[in-house]
Design a protein. Structure first.
Lengths: 130, 130, 130
């Protein structure tokens, strides 16, 4: 059982839920009625924070779990926490201006890529030495 | 093996596939050519049904499986079925008018949040009592 | 341990990462500044390649793994490779013109649907004969 990775997965889902909730609030605040997803740049930035988190989840979650299974539960969970911190910084920066989203983006991308590299390397090693 | 949760996962994927298929049909019916994703409100509502289902899948599926692993296969599958029913009501309501999507949305959100709460609680309990 | 499926999952994530990377490049090349996601058809086609891959991942990955668990690791991995090849052809075709995306789309859809059918059939069989 990979308890630490399971817990960090729940925290990542909680953060994602929060970004989705913000889109609903921004629809009301900026008067962008469903089904529209454009028309107001302030709304669009909040919407893009959710969308970008959504875009990264199918990369992050499988890489996180393959890393946990093939390398280490604790290290996977630690990198997963770094990913969440990066996403929070990305959200805070992007909500101010599109140009301020770089730092958080880089942190979360680095964490996700490390998870992928570790998983890929360990799987390839197992296959070669099986 | 978590057979019930596996089966409900297949059913959720089938429903999602159906919403994607509807977008293709709506492109033809309302004359919205790829790569455009806006321009006709009737098309946009069908598109948003698929997109909203896509937005919830990375929350629903991990919460469903963590609940199944840490709590119960049968209860996870039952809540998963409620989620699918909520999504179907959401689709039917949204296809009529944006204002009629509330009930289905609330049902599927409640089911997904219950799955998350159960999984999070059980994982935290295991970590504290490990 | 399902090493072949794990490896193919990494390769699918790598391809998806590549399509996301292309969106960033296309933003610069066609002058579409974040948070905008429309305004230039050449950008929109590159964006839709990423989005369509994202749309299929939550269908493909669970179907792939359920097939691997319930049917066969090697066959799941082989169908997963076909899916990736289809997605590459789709990307190449769509980057030229929206009308040239059909072949790759059909190949990846067929592979994903076969994975779903195999998984669904095997799970239903297990439940009936349990």
């Amino acid at each position: 059982m990979l308890h630490f990775t399971a817990l960090v997965t729940c925290l990542a889902l909680l953060f994602y839920f929060f970004t989705s909730f913000n889109v609903g609030k921004a629809r009301a605040a900026f008067g962008v009625k469903a089904p529209a997803i454009s028309g107001n740049p302030d709304f669009e930035r909040v919407f893009r924070v959710q969308m970008n988190t959504l875009e990264w989840l199918p990369f992050f979650l499988p890489a996180l779990w393959l890393f946990a299974i093939y390398v280490s539960d604790a290290v996977a969970a630690a990198l997963g926490l770094v990913w969440i911190v990066g996403r929070i910084l990305y959200m805070i920066g992007y909500s101010k201006a599109a140009s301020k989203r770089g730092l958080g983006f880089g942190i979360q991308a680095s964490a996700a890529i490390l998870l992928w590299l570790g998983a890929f390397g360990a799987i390839a090693w197992k296959l070669v030495h099986a």
